[in-house]
Design a protein around this ligand. Structure first.
Ligand code: BGC
Length: 535
């Protein structure tokens, strides 16, 4: 069954271009490398690919420091390669989502270079947040960069500019209409080239209020300030409630305008998904009101423990909250900013959770390599490239572990990813986790994903709401089982360390780990495993 429009219940495969496949032997993945492997992506059973940035960039923050948002960085290819990738994806019925970065540019963008030379008070500086420091020479306020260190950097004439991330990523001033005009030009540019949607980076950060005021930090958290997924969730949420630069109401006017732009492409079903780290979770639903964006990431699932109460709450709340604005939730277990799910909760648990969420209403996001069950790469400090590692003097290790290139084939590293030295080392211990090796093993994670995603497409999408059968406090006294029905399918997850007998009649469709035993209305679900049954 198919949902309409296409994005409503899509499965979206996130590709980090630098780590997917190197076609020209320079140690880094590129656009032709992706195009050459679209059959692999299609066979996974996904509906769309989301490409992390491939635009012109000095690459100080993995390409999220964009120097020209309307061109391709030569490391990844050129515009013709992008066009070909989109065309080839479309031929395989795969939609393409581009990652747009509106909160900041690279300091190498022509606007910022012009702002540096034009000097204080100029219209070029008015596109960013340039201010004089305090009379004692300190920066205009006490805000701290999310990558560590101050969020202000001084330029030659003494003024400071704001950067919520690295000093090479100056924040744009969204009160300046030129900024929106330029972004609308960028959106149109990629839509005209054929893309079907956008992932909006730092969607909650564009509008700042009270830029000259200090961040009053009643809980003394800002010394440790680094608002990322690896941070303790309670501290992160406490910070999100107090920081003055996220989730300001002004951002919604921007998305309403963009929605009009998307909808003006009649028949194209252009969609957008917001990366909005906000708290409380109710605030996230504001981004998906009917006249704003189409989806918002549900980051609580990326950090929830493998525990029935926590998972039930996160899943049930996402469904309920999205319903208040007639939206459907999103489900992501990994991305390029967070530890890989197999490392975070364990590899069996990761398989079980994936099979469980693939049955839910809404869109499922899969981060390339997740289908193989990849853990985080083991890296030496000398390998690291993430700016947060450098800006915290190595206290925070950063996100490189999740970005290690994919192992494709062969017996020895770099497993066919490149003919050169890969930009991050690929551990020899991944020998059994290559695509080639997993294709030969019917019990592999790759086979599980392929089967599950194809079943999801056939049986689940468009099947409406779920009905919980077992959840903490309801039908499951031991807090070890979660189960629901959707359409004709029953989905059950055993979170415990031992096999559990359940009352289920029906034919086994898929199991994440081990084998399901049983008959006559009783089934034994293995420890740390999920299964789907048809009625
Ligand atoms: C992206 C990160 C990036 C940051 C700054 C994010 O949320 O996902 O990878 O470092 O924005 O652009």
């Amino acid at each position: 069954m198919k949902s309409s429009p296409w994005w409503k219940e899509a499965t979206i495969y996130q590709i980090y271009p630098r780590s997917f496949f190197d076609s020209n032997g320079d140690g880094e993945g590129d656009l032709p490398g992706i195009t050459a492997h679209l059959d692999y992506v299609q066979q996974l059973g996904v509906d769309a690919i989301w490409l992390s940035p491939f635009y012109t960039s000095p690459n100080k923050d993995g390409g999220y420091d964009v120097a020209n948002p309307r061109d391709v960085d030569p490391r990844f290819g050129n515009l013709e390669d992008a066009k070909r990738l989109i065309e080839q994806a479309h031929q395989r019925e795969l939609r393409v989502i581009a990652d747009i970065v509106p909160n900041h540019f690279s300091d190498q963008h022509e606007w910022f270079q012009a702002a540096l030379s034009a000097g204080r008070g100029s219209k070029e500086r008015a596109r960013f947040h340039f201010y004089d420091g305090n009379t004692d020479g300190t920066p205009p306020n006490n805000w701290i960069s999310l990558f560590g260190g101050p969020s202000w950097t001084q330029v030659e004439d003494g003024q400071y500019y704001l950067h919520l991330f690295d000093s090479s990523q100056p924040d744009l001033n969204w009160d300046n209409p030129e900024v929106n005009e330029d972004f609308e030009k960028t959106l149109r540019f990629w839509i005209d080239l054929g893309v079907d949607g956008f992932r909006i980076d730092v969607a909650h950060g564009l509008v700042k209020e009270d830029v000259l005021k200090n961040h009053s930090d009643p809980q003394g958290l800002s010394n440790a300030l680094r608002l990322d997924v690896a941070m303790d969730p309670s501290k992160r949420n406490a910070l999100l409630l107090t920081v003055p630069y996220f989730d300001r109401q002004g951002v919604h006017a921007i998305y309403r305008k963009w929605r009009t732009l998307f909808d003006s492409y009649a028949g194209r079903d252009i969609m957008a998904v917001a990366e909005a780290w906000v708290h409380p979770p109710e605030n996230a639903t504001r981004y998906v009101r009917p006249d704003e964006l189409h989806q918002v990431f549900n980051f609580d699932l990326l950090t929830a423990e493998f525990e029935s109460k926590a998972l039930f709450e996160v899943i049930d709340r996402a469904i309920t909250l999205n319903a208040t604005v007639s939206a459907l939730p999103t489900w992501a277990l990994s991305n390029h900013d967070s530890p890989r799910v197999a490392s975070r909760i364990g590899s069996e648990q990761a398989r079980a959770l994936a099979l469980f969420v693939f049955g839910l209403p809404g869109s499922a996001y899969v981060f390339a390599g997740q289908e193989l069950g990849l853990p985080d790469g083991e890296l030496a400090d000398s390998d690291r490239q993430d700016p947060s590692f450098f800006r915290t003097n190595g206290v925070i290790k950063g996100r490189d572990g999740a970005r290690v290139p994919l192992p494709w084939s062969g017996e020895t590293t770099p497993f066919g990813f490149t003919s050169a030295k890969p930009w991050l080392p690929i551990s020899q211990s991944w020998k059994e986790l290559t695509i080639e090796s997993e294709l030969q093993d019917p019990k592999s994670s790759l086979h599980l994903y392929r089967n599950a995603l194809n079943l999801r497409k056939d049986l689940m999408t468009g099947s409406g709401e779920i009905n919980w059968i077992q959840s903490p406090g309801h039908g499951d006294k031991g807090n070890s089982l979660l189960s629901y029905t959707r359409g004709t399918v029953t989905v059950i997850m055993n979170l415990s360390e031992s096999a559990q007998e359940c009352d289920i009649d029906g034919r086994l469709l898929a199991v994440s780990n081990g084998t399901v035993e049983g008959h006559n209305g009783k089934k034994v679900i293995p420890a740390r495993s999920s299964a789907w049954f048809s009625a």
